[in-house]
Design a protein around this ligand. Structure first.
Ligand SMILES: [Zn+2]
Ligand SMILES: [Zn+2]
Ligand SMILES: [Zn+2]
Length: 267
């Protein structure tokens, strides 16, 4: 079993957006209410949260998460990290230090902004995270999940896409269906295109129809899907320019828009 739950399908501002009375921000469609970007990965025995943005506490309560095996931070934009302090609740519940997977660049920035969260011994009242280094191209395992990170270009910084499978008996090989998580991306380098192609499920950044300097828009995301050829795709990191029902109606059945609370399961 492998599953991904969308804890937040929205862009950095969330939807509704502060001070906006547009049709999407005032919509009664619950799929147009988007918390900041984060997903929960579950293997048969393993639970990993990807990113801890400003809505982290609310997301853990909504999804009724009571146990985490690790946290993975994709990159150090505020909408992906500023809820990190609330991880201390899991240290308290589990009475142990939690592994925090991130690239060296992301770890360095986390140490700058949240230096106090790293500790290899348990301290009461504080998060206690052990830094674990992600190196693009080098697979690693967390419990029964196997993750392969690949570099992607977020324009203002490098980010990592994740190819996620079940960990097999041979750690060098993946087993079963393939899930690709590719968020906060403007351009996918050629080598990463090759590595991420042919997934069973692709979760891809698609901010809105209008172009944006650091995120793919609809046209760019559709072009990426065309090249990556996954069986099914869900778009995420959407802004208030996206009305769920209107945009989804224009897409082919194999491409859907995510929404908060949606769980995608792989056999
Ligand atoms: Zn973001
Ligand atoms: Zn709005
Ligand atoms: Zn970002």
């Amino acid at each position: 079993m492998l599953s991904l739950e969308f804890l937040g399908s929205g862009t950095s501002t969330g939807v509704p957006t502060i001070g906006c009375a547009c049709a999407v921000c005032t919509s009664s469609d619950p799929r147009n209410k988007r918390l900041r970007p984060s997903v929960l990965l579950r293997g048969g025995e393993t639970t990993v949260v990807v990113d801890t943005g400003p809505d982290f506490r609310e997301q853990m309560l909504r999804a009724q998460v009571t146990q985490l095996d690790a946290v993975l931070i994709t990159h150090y934009h505020a909408d992906h990290v500023v809820g990190i302090d609330d991880l201390r609740r899991f240290n308290h519940l589990q009475k142990r230090v939690l592994d925090c997977w991130a690239t060296e660049a992301t770890q360095a920035r986390l140490r700058q902004c949240f230096g106090y969260v790293f500790s290899e011994t348990l301290r009461p009242g504080l998060p206690n995270l052990k830094a674990q280094t992600i190196t693009p191209g080098e697979p690693f395992a967390i419990g029964d999940l196997r993750l392969e990170p690949y570099e992607i270009d977020h324009h203002v910084m490098a980010n990592v896409a994740l190819k996620i499978t079940r960990a097999g008996s041979d750690p060098a090989r993946s087993e079963g269906p393939v899930l690709v998580y590719c968020m906060d991306v403007k351009r996918i380098p050629e080598a990463s295109y090759a590595a991420l192609a042919g997934a069973d499920i692709l979760i891809l950044d698609m901010l809105r129809e209008q172009p944006h300097p650091t995120h793919m828009n609809l046209e760019e995301s559709l072009a990426a899907v065309e090249r990556l050829k996954p069986k099914r795709t869900w778009f995420a990191h959407m802004g208030h320019e996206v009305d769920h029902a209107t945009l989804e109606a224009k897409l082919p059945p194999s491409i859907r828009l995510s929404y908060d609370g949606l769980i995608v399961r792989l056999p």
